[in-house]
Write a protein that binds this ligand. Structure first.
Ligand SMILES: Nc1ncnc2c1ncn2[C@@H]1O[C@H](COP(=O)(O)OP(=O)(O)OP(=O)(O)O)[C@@H](O)[C@H]1O
Ligand SMILES: [Mg+2]
Length: 460
């Protein structure tokens, strides 16, 4: 029970002993109430037999008795208990009351208190005592017994017990409520740690900072922070490795490319060799592209998050990217246009931002059919600049759209590619505090890639 909840477990630890305490103390209170009620009932019975005993007298040589009303009035109560009495002289001669009330088996000097059962099965509490009467040499032994049912006694037990029980149950309930509220309040720093960890994206590796942390929680958060620091180091080492490897590969790849070009230019090739060289050339190009993309991804990943290092003129940057891509657009007979808002300055790394735009426009040009149209638009929106790359190509289906930001995922194999373009775009956008999204174009035709970038704010 409550195995998964700290609050539940702590409640359990507190309530279990508290409930045990309340039960024991309830039992003691019950015993005390019984003792008190018995005492009151016994006293009434003893008083009653005494009063009756006082009124036994000799009358003309005979023992007589007049039951005084006070002796029975003692037992008046709202519970209306039945009262019985029996006064008996020597030789079982009944002087008053009813013989139905059994007498105690033995009567000693003083009064005797006893429980007995009437013929009709009712259980009663009784008191009896023996009075010796002397008159002119005669001795008479008179037994007086009074009994009552226990309704008033039981009611008294309950009356004495009720406030005690009420207090104890109330204490238990209040303890539960206060423990619950207290825990909820005291667990808030822990919940903040949880939110902090939960809201992080995988690349966010700063230590967790929580104000006013309990002494008990500090070691846990410190341990998590140490773990985060180690993960950060590990990630940095990996990025560095990929970046170094890509750098190292670039030079031999460029060399290989040049050598293949040279070999292809030499004359007297037979056909198979020319084909082989052409294949090698293609593979070399692919490897170069892949290496460049891996390098770009590593650079994007190692950019400081949300850093606003440079003030970038967005329109100028996009114009120069489009200029570079215009010949590619022409080769694919695509109408490449732009609607740029002047005076938009964003914060970020210029080379990475250019790579972001290049990748989006490159995709639009690559996947849109010949004769299609690609437009890049910019626009200010609040404290962000919005860049939209709109094409009228095949677009991306909803299922694939959910996956295209995964590394090496490709939705189609029509054109060549590595599947790293959009992951690079996302990494750069996020590193610069922006977002990227894809949606179908107007009437479901084509694709609209939207990037929001932070506008440049002059440092205070
Ligand atoms: N404008 C677009 N129109 C249609 N499909 C697109 C468009 N942009 C991207 N895609 C699809 O999304 C997939 C992932 O794109 P991404 O840019 O990540 O990789 P790639 O273009 O295949 O390779 P790379 O850009 O690394 O050379 C592509 O394979 C393509 O199927
Ligand atoms: Mg691409």
């Amino acid at each position: 029970m409550f195995s998964g909840s700290l609050r539940g477990r702590l409640l359990w630890w507190l309530l279990l002993p508290l409930a045990a305490f309340v039960s024991v103390s309830g039992m003691i209170s019950f015993r005390n109430a019984q003792t008190t009620a018995d005492l009151v009932q016994n006293n009434a019975l003893l008083s009653s037999i005494r009063i009756i005993g006082e009124d036994i007298d000799w009358d003309n040589g005979n023992v007589t008795i007049q039951i005084p009303p006070a002796a029975l009035e003692l037992f008046e109560s709202p519970e209306q208990d039945s009262v019985f009495y029996r006064v008996e002289a020597s030789g079982h001669r009944l002087l008053a009351g009813s013989a139905e009330l059994p007498l105690p088996a033995r009567t000693g000097e003083g009064p005797t208190l006893y429980y007995t059962r009437l013929d009709d099965g009712r259980s009663v509490r009784a008191a009896a005592y023996v009075r010796q009467l002397y008159d002119s040499g005669r001795t008479e032994r008179v037994v007086v017994a009074v009994a009552k049912t226990e309704g008033s006694r039981d009611a008294m037990v309950w009356r004495l017990l009720r406030p005690q029980l009420f207090g104890e149950v109330l204490t238990l309930l209040l303890a539960m409520v206060f423990v619950y509220l207290g825990l909820t309040f005291e667990l808030r720093p822990l919940m903040k740690v949880k939110d902090d960890v939960e809201d992080r994206n995988p690349s966010q590796l700063e230590p967790i900072r929580v104000a006013r942390l309990h002494v008990e929680l500090k070691p846990i958060v410190e341990a998590i922070n140490q773990c985060i620091a180690r993960m950060g180091q590990q990630a940095a080492t990996q990025r560095q490795f990929i970046s170094d490897a890509a750098h190292q590969m670039r030079t031999p790849l460029a060399l290989l490319d040049a050598q293949i070009q040279f070999a292809r230019q030499c004359e007297n090739h037979d056909v198979p060799l020319a084909e082989a060289l052409s294949g090698m050339h293609k593979s070399g190009r692919k490897l170069t592209t892949l290496t460049n993309k891996l390098l770009l991804l590593a650079q994007a990943e190692s950019a400081t998050p949300f850093s606003a290092r440079e003030r970038i003129d967005l329109s100028a940057l996009i114009a120069s990217v489009l200029e570079e891509l215009i010949s590619f657009a022409q080769s694919r007979e695509i109408d490449l246009g732009a609607e740029l808002e002047a005076g938009l300055f964003v914060a970020g790394d210029e080379a990475l931002t250019a790579a972001l735009v290049t990748n989006l426009v490159d995709n639009a040009l690559r996947y849109t059919q010949r004769g299609g149209r690609v437009t890049v638009e910019t626009q200010a929106g609040g404290d962000v600049a919005i860049v939209r790359v709109v094409d009228n190509g095949p677009g991306i289906g909803a299922q694939a759209r959910a996956r295209v930001f995964e590394r090496f995922y490709r939705a189609s194999n029509h054109a060549e590619g590595t599947g790293l373009g959009l992951p690079i775009v996302k990494e750069i956008a996020q590193r610069q505090g922006g977002t990227v999204g894809l949606e179908p174009g107007e009437n479901g035709v084509g694709l609209i890639a939207t990037v929001e970038m932070r506008l440049w704010a002059a440092p205070p």
